[in-house]
Design a protein. Structure first.
Length: 409
């Protein structure tokens, strides 16, 4: 029997159950249908056409509730490529049912920088005039949530840093939300690199990485964006990424384009040159320290850094190089916070059930700040802290901490 999508790797599942407790949605529901093992069973039924996607809303809902955090993949003894399989399944769902209205709007927006710039400008203007606070009172709950999770406004745009006689150079993925709302994190990245003798090379033709599109099942758009980035970064020796989800997706371009003539080899070459910023800095830093900063922090592992890329020690090692910085580990630091692209908007109930214990774990460490390495996590954690009346606890990217410590020297 022919299948609806490529199920390579699905047969590796031995139903051992080791994935269950690693799965955030299973942990909060204890339901097999909300577990990786249960969802793999549903994927097989869809692939073999035993489930009619056009009629079975329950099956699609169980798949939609997956965070695609890949925690299951990290603990699977059989090497089931769950991340690739959930993306292939969602692409089949989209072919059958289309993209939801919310998904269509968000995915269209993030791949167009001018739209994000316009949205940021409108938010900034409404913030300055007080209109945002006034309108907020009259918004329905769904739009209030959207406002609470909106990217920050007023943060400085990315400013390139000049480096005299650099010993190496890198291309930096500017991304979509990072470019529009966390440009100062890019600037901090460039400044830290400059202190280590590395220069960021301008890459003007780059675009959104396409991670959100791939996770949502919009494979055609994900492929289109990937091709643009492959061309843009073709000459870069190292492609540096400071957004964990983007980095994991760039490293998966080889799989995304493996069946595309004239692109598969180029995609594989690009993927081999992608490095997360913490991974790269720890490689080139040698024995140097990163200045001094008297602060108590806790670290949140972004799912697509810890599980998808296997990068856990490097961010902590970098923070340990900052004198007087106290790093206190939180409980379950690598359990998803509920952000997961736009999951916190599409599945608000589950996202909140995941966020609450995360904020509890953060508060238990009594930190001055929480540190992470992904914009989605930064937005989600900041919103959670505000909801608890703890906006005084800052949320920083790892490179922001390093930059602040170096600037204090």
């Amino acid at each position: 029997m022919s299948t609806v999508f490529d199920t390579t790797g699905l047969e590796r599942c031995i139903h051992c159950g080791l994935c269950l407790e690693a799965c955030p949605t299973y942990r909060i529901t204890q339901l097999e249908t909300e577990s990786p093992r249960g969802r793999l069973h549903l994927m097989g039924a869809i692939a073999d056409r035993r489930v009619d996607l056009g009629r079975n809303d329950a099956t699609v809902l169980h798949l939609d509730r997956c965070l695609a955090c890949r925690a299951c993949e990290a603990v699977c003894p059989s090497g089931v490529p769950y991340g690739r399989l959930i993306e292939e399944t969602r692409a089949a769902v989209v072919r059958s049912r289309g993209i939801t209205p919310l998904g269509r709007v968000l995915l269209w927006s993030v791949s167009r920088p001018w739209v994000l710039r316009a949205m940021a400008a409108v938010l900034a203007a409404s913030e300055r005039t007080g209109l945002r606070r006034l309108v907020f009172r009259f918004l329905p709950p769904r739009l209030r949530r959207l406002d609470a999770l909106a990217p920050p406004v007023g943060r400085p745009a990315y400013r390139p840093v000049q480096v005299q006689s650099p010993r190496l150079s890198v291309g930096l993925l500017l991304g979509c939300v990072m470019r529009a709302s966390y440009g100062d994190v890019h600037t901090a990245t460039a400044r830290v690199l400059a202190r280590l003798g590395a220069a960021v090379v301008d890459t003007p033709d780059q675009t959104c990485c396409g991670a959100l599109h791939a996770h949502a099942g919009d494979k055609d758009e994900a492929v289109r964006l990937a091709k643009r980035n492959i061309v843009a970064f073709e000459q870069a020796e190292v492609i540096l990424v400071n957004a964990a989800g983007c980095g994991a997706h760039l490293k998966s371009y080889a799989h995304l384009l493996e069946d595309r003539p004239n692109w598969a080899e180029r995609a594989s070459a690009l993927a081999s040159r992608v490095r997360d910023v913490s991974e790269f800095l720890e490689t080139i830093a040698g024995e140097i320290s990163f200045g001094e900063l008297a602060m108590r922090v806790t670290y949140q592992d972004p799912c697509h850094l810890a599980h998808a890329q296997g990068i856990r020690a490097e961010p902590r090692a970098l923070l340990s190089r900052v004198h007087r910085l106290e790093l206190v580990e939180m409980a379950n630091a690598d359990v998803c916070c509920g952000s997961a692209g736009y999951y916190n908007l599409a599945q608000p109930e589950y996202a909140d059930r995941l966020l609450e214990p995360k904020i509890d774990a953060i508060l238990a460490t009594r930190p001055d700040a929480v540190v992470t390495g992904n914009p989605g996590c930064m937005l989600q954690l900041a919103a959670g802290l505000r909801s608890r009346g703890r906006a005084d606890i800052a949320v920083f990217h790892v490179v922001e901490v390093l930059d602040r410590a170096l600037s204090a020297q």
